[in-house]
Design a protein around this ligand. Structure first.
Ligand code: ISE
Length: 336
């Protein structure tokens, strides 16, 4: 039988996931949608056979045919929906951030631990990107020796005027925190933030770009250029510097044209396009695992670790100091 998914939050990401579950992946269908804006929910449900529209996430989770939940609402709304989903023992795919702060993340961690099995996956889609996977394998197998440095560039075409300095860490750099933990297999120990004189193209008050530098427990240094108003496109790049060589991803060399005395290629405008294949694979693997009663992707612990690093990052941004990441000891946790 197909996995009936309730999609909570029909913003940019939620709408894309509805399309993906409806038309791209196999073995799953959209059984319900919820959005605080009723019209949005109704227009998302229209045309999908058997899909009901709701304004209340809990009503969507309880709707007929719902076996799993995909949470794509704004971060501050995640905790309540996560706890309700765990209460119903439903498999969850939750977009990042897991929660806005570590206190909330720990409550989710505790609820899942009490349930006795893993149910929640966090939407760190870079783990499903083909190039990231190649880099992860190379680093894990120590093909170029031990990693020493990781240089990251994370650039957006533009962001909404409501984007804050804090969100540059919690919404954007959270991906590098997770990617670094996953690529290097180590927790993050401390974070620093440096800010150049901002671009005049960023809105007043937004310190764009910023340089976020962090250390892993094993002493690898990671630097992240976070630049959200580039005006030219969406770029996510990483270069690992290892003892015997370097490895680099995200250079977009897919198609290079030569014409009119110039050579060049296209830059994706946003994450929806840049990570389309990664999202497809992420949601397909999540749904396949959910049908077997398993979670195979990044879980609550990974979500918590990223939130803890973000908290330190925001403090470092505010104070200009090096801030240590504080985390609880990893609890004994069910494997599946
Ligand atoms: C957005 O929320 C994302 O998750 C994107 O991957 C990131 O590039 C962007 O900066 C965030 O706002």
């Amino acid at each position: 039988a197909q996995l009936g998914v309730a999609v909570i939050g029909i913003g940019k990401m939620g709408a894309d996931h509805v399309r993906r579950i409806d038309r791209v992946i196999s073995g799953a269908r959209v059984a319900a949608v919820a959005d605080t804006d009723r019209e949005r929910a109704e227009s998302a449900a229209a045309g999908i056979a058997g899909c009901t529209a709701h304004t209340d996430p809990d009503a969507a989770m309880g709707a007929p045919g719902v076996d799993a939940v995909l949470i794509a609402s704004p971060g501050p709304a995640h905790e309540e929906t996560l706890l309700a989903a765990l209460d119903r023992d439903l498999p969850v795919l939750c977009e990042k951030p897991l929660t806005p702060d570590t206190a909330g993340a720990l409550r989710v961690l505790e609820a899942e631990r009490k349930l006795g099995h893993r149910r929640v996956q966090v939407g760190f889609m870079r783990r499903y990107d083909a190039e990231y996977r190649q880099l992860a394998r190379l680093l894990r197998d120590r093909e170029l020796g031990r990693p020493l440095l990781l240089h990251c560039r994370h650039r957006n075409l533009s962001v909404h005027p409501y984007f804050t300095n804090e969100m540059m860490i919690s919404d954007s750099v959270s991906h590098e925190f997770d990617a670094a933990r996953w690529l290097l297999g180590e927790e993050i120990a401390a974070v620093r933030v440096l800010r150049p004189a901002p671009s005049s193209l960023a809105r007043e008050g937004l310190s764009d770009p910023q340089l976020v530098i962090f250390e892993t427990e094993g002493g690898v240094l990671v630097d992240v250029e976070i630049f959200l108003n580039t005006g030219f496109g969406y770029q996510v790049q990483a270069e690992a510097v290892c003892e015997r060589g370097t490895a680099r991803i995200g250079d977009e060399h897919a198609l290079v044209t030569s014409a009119d005395g110039r050579w060049g290629g296209r830059i994706a405008p946003d994450y929806i396009e840049r990570f389309a294949a990664a999202y497809d694979r992420e949601v397909q693997e999540w749904a396949d695992a959910a049908r077997r009663g398993e979670v195979t992707g990044p879980g609550v612990w990974d979500g918590y670790a990223a939130v803890a690093a973000c908290e330190a990052g925001i403090e470092a941004q505010r104070t200009g100091r090096r801030v240590a990441v504080e985390m609880i000891e990893r609890p004994k946790y069910p494997e599946r």
